[in-house]
Design a protein around this ligand. Structure first.
Ligand code: AHM
Ligand code: MG
Length: 336
């Protein structure tokens, strides 16, 4: 008899450690995020057939054009997390203000911050997409949720993960005991453990960045890129450029094979593009727990004290050795 790989629930039970918030609530949280993934994967699979491509004609709180699928993904997240009964409040890239789902004292332990559809410029061209989530526990236990409970440093996250909608659908999770990847078996309707205890190589040979912005970057960043492209056998250069326009997909590649993803600050826009609380922080937690690093260029992402729910941050993330070289070059300390 062939044994199937473990489901998320079986895996959590077999770990023998109590996940943040308790085994029951955490299993329920992941199972509901799994439902979101199945539901979104189904919509994405037939997106070209059911008039959900293109934009809504609106702009979101970030001033960005909202795609129809951004809105659909956000609605699915909010509806399913509400049904889960284990989420007290949530913050979404697509909503200006947090949403409180359950009153204090109702026993819903988690605060969830998410980007419902990452890489949404890929929706109309059948390229990979993702969803990213960060989980924190309220600082004041059962009390009323305040903004300070949601605006927490990355080190305060108790779990983080992403869904990747690529040639297969994956759920990758870090909750304090390693980074584990589950692949959706669409026929069984289950996520099965396919990537246990992912470890990122300490150095890679791949970089991911939107190089169209090269001339907007500070000199140290431009220099780092110039050097990645030099022919240098000893340093395994030139690196290969791989950029999909979907942060989740690009970071997933680097998590598995090593290398570096960069969305740096620009001279005229030093804060960069990506959002701290539901893009940079959760991916930084995952990559750090896999042995990698995540930095703004000068500071560890997970140590940043947030000042706004939707704040942006430069992001340099991936193999520890690569991130260190990029930092040094950016700070003018070495030539990488
Ligand atoms: P989004 O969450 O609104 O889709 O924005 C984030 C995306 C990342 O997935 C991706 O790496 C980056 O923005 C792409 O930006 P650009 O088009 O400037 O390269
Ligand atoms: Mg995004």
């Amino acid at each position: 008899m062939t044994l199937h790989p473990q489901t998320v629930e079986q895996f959590l039970k077999s770990c023998g450690t109590v996940p943040p918030g308790g085994l029951g609530p955490f299993t329920s949280l992941l199972s509901h995020i799994g439902i979101i993934g199945k539901s979104l994967a189904r919509d994405l699979r037939v997106a070209g057939l059911i008039d959900v491509l293109g934009t809504t004609g609106q702009t979101n709180v970030q001033g960005e054009t909202v795609k129809k699928l951004d809105e659909i993904a956000n609605e699915i997240f909010v509806r399913v997390l509400r049904q889960s009964g284990v989420v007290r409040a949530l913050v979404s890239e697509e909503m200006e203000k947090p949403v409180v789902l359950s009153a204090a004292g109702e026993g819903s332990p988690y605060l969830v911050l998410f980007d419902p559809l990452d890489g949404s410029s890929n929706t109309d061209v059948n390229m990979p997409l993702g969803s990213i989530f960060s989980v924190v526990l309220p600082g004041n236990g059962e009390g009323r949720v305040a903004d300070a409970d949601l605006m927490r440093r990355g080190v305060d996250q108790v779990a983080a993960g992403y869904l990747l909608f690529g040639s297969s659908t994956m759920l990758v999770v870090a909750a304090g005991n390693g980074v584990h990847g589950f692949t959706l078996d669409p026929w069984l309707g289950e996520y099965l453990l396919t990537h246990q205890n992912i470890k990122i190589p300490s150095k890679g040979t791949v970089y991911g960045a939107n190089e169209g912005n090269y001339n907007k970057w500070p000199p140290g960043m431009r220099k780092y890129f110039d050097q990645l492209k030099l022919v240098d056998k000893a340093k395994r250069r030139p690196y290969s450029g791989r950029y999909s326009g979907c942060l989740v997909a690009d970071v997933h590649r680097i998590l598995l094979v090593g290398g570096i993803y960069l969305y740096p600050g620009e001279t005229e826009k030093p804060e960069g593009k990506l959002r701290l609380l539901y893009e940079a922080n959760p991916l930084a937690l995952i990559v750090e727990q896999a042995g990698g690093a995540a930095s703004t260029g000068t500071n560890r992402i997970l140590d940043i004290e947030p000042v706004a729910l939707h704040q942006r941050v430069p992001l340099i993330i991936g193999s520890r050795g690569d991130v260190q070289e990029a930092e040094q070059c950016l700070q003018g300390k070495s030539s990488a």
